[in-house]
Write a protein that binds this ligand. Structure first.
Ligand SMILES: [Cu+2]
Length: 162
């Protein structure tokens, strides 16, 4: 009887310690260089970009995001469809074990729909990231001006002609 009891106690102790060692997704994923896109006053939408670094040996994912700056916040990606670049809402952004996922203009982004305030350079946008295990991470994304590739292309053509 005493032996069985000891075994039970040992099992409980082991389970407890491994549960304590397991880190939440929010603790395992580092967020680097977050920023939000500056928009001219009156523009309804904007987005935020950053790099997720997964320091854990298991995959993680961001499944939702919240921010007080807009009515709706969604996770988006860009896809090419019939020669057009289109945005699409996605359920999650995967971050592979010991890997990284980059959110950038023209790719994955956190979308702000229905801005409640103008996003001007110098402001910081609070964003709450929600992970697959329910853990959360609060970040602040400084507002930056972002040059669009499309705008720089005519200039590049002109440069070649000279
Ligand atoms: Cu979008």
């Amino acid at each position: 009887m005493k032996k069985i009891l000891t075994a039970v106690v040992a099992t409980i102790a082991l389970t407890t310690s491994s549960a304590l060692l397991a880190k939440s997704a929010a603790e395992s994923v580092m967020v680097q260089d977050p920023y939000a896109r500056a928009m001219p006053p009156g523009q309804p939408n904007s987005g935020s970009f950053m790099t997720f670094k997964n320091m854990d040996s298991v995959d993680h994912a961001v499944v939702d995001a919240k921010s007080p700056v807009s009515k709706v916040v969604e996770l988006h990606t860009h896809i090419h469809e019939n020669g057009m670049m289109m945005m699409r809402r996605i359920d999650k952004i995967d971050i592979p074990a010991n890997g990284e996922t980059v959110l950038k203009p023209g790719g994955l982004h956190v979308m702000f729909i229905g801005l409640k305030q103008d996003l001007v350079v110098g402001k910081k946008v609070p964003v709450t990231l929600i992970f697959e295990d329910g853990s959360k991470k609060e970040i602040e994304a400084p507002v930056r001006k972002i040059m669009m590739k499309m705008k720089s292309m005519p200039g590049m053509k002109m440069h070649k002609m000279h």
